[in-house]
Design a protein around this ligand. Structure first.
Ligand SMILES: Nc1ncnc2c1ncn2[C@@H]1O[C@H](COP(=O)(O)OP(=O)(O)OP(=O)(O)O)[C@@H](O)[C@H]1O
Ligand SMILES: [Mg+2]
Length: 485
């Protein structure tokens, strides 16, 4: 359970629930998110970490129990409470209860104190269940069980932190998320930069859910690969007849998100003329739909993301400097995974849990060998690549097993520990005074490293180092490496 538990109210009428909301926030200190539609409820459980959901059985005349079923996948540890109608019209209640989608139900009319107490007890039960899972896991890890197979068992990975759905433990991410949380509370635009797959979109969603705009929409537009006309029409809207195919008026994303947040992904890709329209919007909140003379205004917070460094593009004259400075009210740079290796294990564990739950495979965890091998790999595709790897490993694993190195992809399986610059310098400093002696000592290091890594397969080592078999044998003899074998 997070320090402050988050409760999601999926309710038709905000007024009817105003008292409950006030009680949960003021008396119990919970964070309360509200969704008035099934879609908004689904989006919220996808994007925010929710500890408990209270859902009315019927919303806008529609059966809303599906929201609780969806929660089992998107927030598996959230407690789920159903509020039944007084007249007994409860949709698919029995089916959902049987599937385990419901922890408890309450019947209307609303009794604020009863709900407060039920929520408190449910969260306590959830915390107990969490501790129980942790303890059983540790016990299992300590057992001398044959299930551990030939590879040593996985460590219990340290408790990680969350910024909504972002999982991390490393120092750089902790610092970044702490700035992001502060930035979320201001209304300034935020520019999120970082390589592909580092979690920029997840960061943008977490920021929206931690801002004052959380009850209003978050709309996303990818700006890559779109013509100016289309992008303009998507964001600013158009009048009927503005261009061929514009058969009716279109509101545009900015006005649809009025009061909320718009996330512009791949902002580096917009044209120079579009940058001008965007600048006008960011400065004045002005919107001029295509084909219209009428200028209107709306209040939207902008978040942007880019994998290309915008400051470099500004230097190269490819992106407007004034727009760049407007967009980076805050600038967050998400580091690549290889620069925060501490996150690899907690993310791997997180993805194992996520995919073993959704694929219904009962795994014991990840073996140390897999965790070690993941540490050696550079992950050019960052967290997305790690996630895909773990998803594949889980799909290939069987109940009661650890994830082992058997199915690791070739690139990851062949990754080798990096020798840091310091190591090389140290080695160079230790052996030899003259250049010749230092070069020889480096050659010795490289040959012995390759021999160890390729398990003394001398043909492979010779091929990798560009030597003949005889040449390699000479070096082994010369540097007296036989005793390493
Ligand atoms: N810290 C994290 N915790 C959990 N999941 C993460 C984290 N970072 C990234 N992911 C997952 O990795 C995948 C890629 O993340 P996301 O789409 O946010 O990256 P991105 O930086 O926007 O990538 P791109 O530049 O390619 O658009 C998603 O499935 C996301 O859920
Ligand atoms: Mg993205």
């Amino acid at each position: 359970m997070a320090d402050t538990s988050t409760i999601l109210l999926v309710i038709a009428n905000g007024e009817e629930w105003a008292g409950v909301r006030k009680l949960l926030v003021n008396e119990y200190g919970y964070r309360v998110l509200v969704a008035h539609s099934i879609k908004k409820a689904m989006d919220t459980t996808e994007e925010a970490i929710v500890d408990l959901v209270i859902c009315e059985s019927v919303l806008d005349g529609e059966d809303a129990i599906g929201v609780l079923q969806q929660c089992r996948v998107s927030c598996p540890n959230a407690m789920r409470i159903l509020v039944k109608e007084p007249n007994g019209n409860d949709g698919n209640y029995h089916q959902a209860a049987e599937l385990g989608a419901i922890y408890q139900f309450i019947r209307k009319p609303i009794d604020e104190e009863q709900i407060g107490l039920v929520v408190k007890r449910a969260l306590e039960a959830s915390e107990l269940a969490r501790r129980h899972r942790l303890i059983s896991r540790e016990l299992k890890l300590n057992e001398n069980s044959p299930l551990f197979s030939s590879e040593p068992a996985g460590k219990v990975v340290a408790k990680c932190s969350n910024f909504e759905k972002l999982v991390y433990i490393s120092e750089p991410m902790a610092e970044l998320c702490s700035i992001a949380k502060q930035a979320a509370g201001t209304d300034l635009p935020i520019l999120i930069q970082g390589e592909t797959g580092t979690g920029k979109e997840l960061m943008a969603r977490a920021i929206h859910f931690n801002s004052d705009r959380t009850d209003s929409p978050l709309l996303v537009q990818n700006c890559g690969g779109m013509s100016d006309e289309l992008l303009h029409s998507e964001l600013f809207g158009h009048k009927r007849g503005a261009f061929t195919g514009a058969i009716s008026d279109r509101l545009g994303l900015f006005r649809a998100a009025d009061g909320g947040t718009v996330f512009l992904d791949e902002i580096s890709e917009v044209s120079a003329s579009f940058q001008v329209s965007l600048l006008r919007f960011v400065q004045e909140g002005e919107i001029k739909p295509l084909g219209s003379d009428h200028v209107s205004h709306c209040n939207v917070r902008i978040l942007c993301a880019s994998n290309r460094r915008l400051e470099k593009m500004v230097e190269a004259g490819e992106f407007r400097r004034d727009l760049y400075f407007r967009l980076k009210g805050f600038e967050l740079v998400v580091p690549p995974l290889r620069e925060r290796r501490d996150d690899i294990s907690v993310l791997a564990e997180f993805f194992v849990r996520k995919y073993s739950e959704s694929m219904n495979v009962k795994l014991l965890g990840i073996s140390n060998n897999v965790l070690d091998q993941l540490q050696h790999y550079d992950f050019p595709g960052n967290v997305r690549e790690l996630e895909n790897e773990i998803r594949r490993l889980v799909a290939l694993a069987k109940d009661g097993e650890y994830l082992t190195t058997r199915h690791l992809s070739k690139e990851i399986a062949s990754a080798t520990p990096k020798q840091s610059k310091d190591d090389i310098q140290r080695n160079l400093a230790i052996d030899g005074n003259s250049l010749k002696e230092k070069v020889e000592s480096l050659e010795k290091i490289l040959v012995s490293e390759a021999l160890k890594r390729l398990r003394w397969n001398q043909s492979e080592v010779a091929r990798e180092l560009g030597l003949s078999r005889v040449g390699l044998a000479n070096k082994i003899k010369r540097y007296d490496l036989q005793n390493l074998h």
